[in-house]
Design a protein around this ligand. Structure first.
Ligand code: ADP
Ligand code: MG
Length: 340
């Protein structure tokens, strides 16, 4: 078995050096390829942001998930990548592998999918449908792959690579609710998780199953923010991706972090694991010059999405989290990696 993690795997086998592609003519229209939330293609007078995300039963969702919620989430995670590029969603493609035709399931799935698509005026433009093995050990899993396209003015896409030392670090919404729901669904109350009341369970399950892509905020941040990424793998993991691409570091203040209400009452270590390293939040993490604070707050008000300043971008190439006393917080994990 190899010890390659998810991102080493992509870098080693799918990110080709330009020398390997000498046989192709240069492709000036491909403005941004592997390494960001979206690829960006120049297309006539505008640009297209393109992203694809795969959800696999048993890995990304429980087999008994509400199919309406699954339809919502399958599109939401893609719209979240478009949001991180500041793009306006336009259309999407849906590839499905199903072990059986269950019409009640399909009706609920498609209704969840189209409710979110309609909200963002994003049109289903094609896809592919196939049967997955229905019996035996190889039965299923249900697999949903969506590719979404968004439009953006040429040269205005947000990317992970534009953070500058001295920038403020901001995050939208709140963190940690989805990870808490996941842990609670997997294990229930344990030594490390205190019992949740029914309101906390409902609120955190909603965060896990029906994330709200920050599409309006992403568009409002164009030309105001420097760099952006959506938080899908965990705040520290995604901040790490942003810092690596921008060749900078960051200091995050734990005290400033907007945490899900459902985390109140949980042990501090649990709160830190969920809010700093928990995945599935689909908030926007972005950097902006300190002079843009009023502009950022105005953009957030226009997008009706709360934003919080949680730290600064540094020269150090290191991501550091400080507690209330200014001491470093060390966590065993930084976020989700499929192969770590
Ligand atoms: P996201 O979480 O925004 O979907 P990731 O951080 O998972 O993006 O992926 C990092 C980059 O690697 C992205 O640009 C993505 O398009 C690219 N990538 C992931 N898997 C593959 C693959 N199998 N082949 C080519 N590129 C890939
Ligand atoms: Mg992303």
């Amino acid at each position: 078995m190899s010890s390659l993690n998810e991102f080493e795997l992509i870098a080693r086998y799918f990110t080709r050096p330009s020398s390997a592609q000498k046989q192709f003519p240069p492709m000036p229209w491909l403005r941004q390829g592997i390494g960001d939330d979206c690829a960006v293609l120049s297309w006539g007078p505008t640009a297209l942001a393109i992203t694809t995300d795969l959800l696999v039963e048993g890995t990304h969702f429980f087999s008994d998930v509400d199919p309406h919620a699954l339809g919502h989430k399958a599109l939401a995670v893609n719209l979240s990548d478009l949001a991180a590029a500041g793009a306006q969603p336009r259309c999407f493609f849906l590839a499905l592998a199903l072990p059986r035709v269950d019409e009640a399931w399909l009706a609920a799935f498609s209704s969840g999918l189209f409710a979110l698509a309609d909200e963002h005026q994003c049109v289903l433009a094609g896809g592919d449908t196939t049967r997955a093995p229905a019996q035996g050990e190889a039965a299923g899993p249900i697999t949903v792959c969506i590719t979404a396209l968004g439009q953006i003015e040429k040269g205005r896409a947000l990317s992970r690579a534009a953070a500058l030392a001295g920038d403020d670090l901001w995050v939208s919404g709140e963190l940690g609710g989805a990870a808490l729901a996941l842990q609670w669904r997997r294990a229930g109350t344990t030594d490390s998780i205190k019992a949740l009341d029914s309101e906390q369970i409902q609120a955190s399950m909603r965060r896990l199953e029906r994330p709200q892509p920050r599409v309006l905020l992403g568009q409002a941040l164009r030309e105001k923010a420097h760099a952006a990424i959506d938080v899908s793998d965990g705040l520290l993991a995604d901040l790490g991706h942003l810092c690596t691409r921008s060749e900078v570091g960051a200091t995050v203040h734990w005290q400033a972090l907007p945490r899900a209400q459902a985390l109140t009452g949980q042990p501090v270590t649990q709160q830190q694991i969920c809010a700093l390293a928990g995945g599935d939040d689909y908030e926007l993490l972005f950097t902006a010059p300190t002079a843009a604070r009023a502009d950022i707050e105005a953009a957030a008000r226009d997008a009706r999405t709360p934003v919080t300043r949680i730290g600064v971008i540094t020269h150090s190439r290191e991501v550091v989290v400080l507690d209330d006393n200014g001491e470093r917080i060390h966590l065993a994990q930084r976020g989700f990696d499929h192969f770590a």
